[in-house]
Design a protein around this ligand. Sequence first.
Ligand code: SAM
Length: 216
Amino acid sequence: MKGINFASLRGRMVTEQIIRRGISDRNVVSAFKNIPRELFVPDNQRNFAYDDRPLSIGKGQTISQPYIAALMTSVLYLEKNNKVLEIGTGSGYQSAILSYLGAELYTVERIPELAEKAATVLNYLGFNVNIKIGDGTLGWHDYSPYDRIIVTAASEILPAPLIGQLKAGGRIVAPVGGKWQQELIIFEKTNEGLLKKTFVCGCVFVPLVGKYGYKK
Ligand code: SAM
């Protein structure tokens, strides 16, 4: 869009919303400095792409607030070439961040129009992401097990198939709780298959709708 210096807005967003709030991992910071968030929002939202809040992406869905996307990315503790499953592709912004960080990414979105738009932008930026249209509460069995799983929509409890598709020693970050307010939780799978839970913060996500999530 003419007249707007997105690179400068992006730099300010990274400094004020991400680094100043305590996220210091150099790779995570670099990803948020380099991914053009304005390409992942609808034209009528571009001016607000770097605002400190979630934005509408249509179909009643949102692109998460930059800080929440950065926080979820940092608590995943990604290692190079990790196989990562993302549930809730949405705009594709979080997918771009994870791919930038070297993840082999599998992402599932239930709304075809969003998945298709996300695929177009990710391809345009040169990211090789595997996108499936379907119910992410079932995970994506064909490519399991995964080193990391990130869930970007909220459920009352963590969908059981996701636990089954996580490697021992792997971790899931997911918002879990009520429909209107949740807790962001890290679930770590021990070698014995037990889940260790760590609270990160309170949060608000759109509902995860599917067999092991909300019914509507
Ligand atoms: N990660 C996204 C981004 O960077 O734009 C934000 C995702 S948005 C907060 C949540 C997404 O989860 C929505 O696009 C919604 O359609 C999707 N969703 C909800 N239930 C789902 C399910 N069962 N399977 C896959 N996607 C689902």
